[in-house]
Design a protein. Structure first.
Length: 172
């Protein structure tokens, strides 16, 4: 299975990196970083990542055969572009391909509260079978740290796209 993680410019870039790291090495995996993720990563993580201008890269083509794209975190800008079909960078182009090829696309919107416009865009995408999965805590997993809570988010995302893991305590 080919899996890509795209990191947009929303706060929480480390969640995307942790999600990428949590995918077992038995999967063929790719990392896509938006230009704005570079800025956020510099502020939050202290390092620079590659740019998202390579719209000609493999995941931008249906023939590449990507099975899953997870945009973690997903900024409202990226969400809006995907909802209206704007494919002006590698992330939005790859999302467009996933929708047209009827492949698994998961968006983890990272903003609160959601505006009516954002909710409308999420609804539109959900009606196209896009998985809308914001990082929302569940207390049955009994998190005792931020790391536990993040592992819950990542585990739920992996559950939704069919990747096995043991990142959080499940409901009993």
């Amino acid at each position: 299975m080919k899996v890509a993680i795209a990191i947009s410019g929303a706060s929480g870039t480390h969640l995307g990196l942790k999600t990428y790291d949590a995918i077992p090495s038995s999967y063929e995996k790719y990392l896509i970083l938006n230009d704005n993720a570079n800025v956020v990563a510099l502020k939050e993580q202290g390092y620079n990542l590659f740019e998202n201008h390579q719209i000609w890269a493999g995941p931008a083509s249906g023939s590449f055969g990507l099975d899953v794209l997870m945009v973690v975190p997903c900024s409202m800008n990226t969400l809006a572009k995907i909802a209206v079909g704007i494919a002006d960078n590698l992330t939005t182009r790859t999302a467009s391909v996933m929708i047209k090829e009827r492949k698994t696309l998961l968006l983890a919107p990272r903003e609160m509260p959601f505006s009516a416009i954002a909710l409308e865009n999420m609804h539109k995408l959900a009606m196209l079978n896009v998985i809308i999965a914001p990082p929302i805590a569940a207390y049955y997993s009994e998190p005792s740290s931020m790391d536990d809570m993040e592992n819950f988010f990542i585990g739920k995302w992996l559950d939704l796209v069919g990747i096995e893991h043991d990142l959080y305590k499940r409901w009993r």
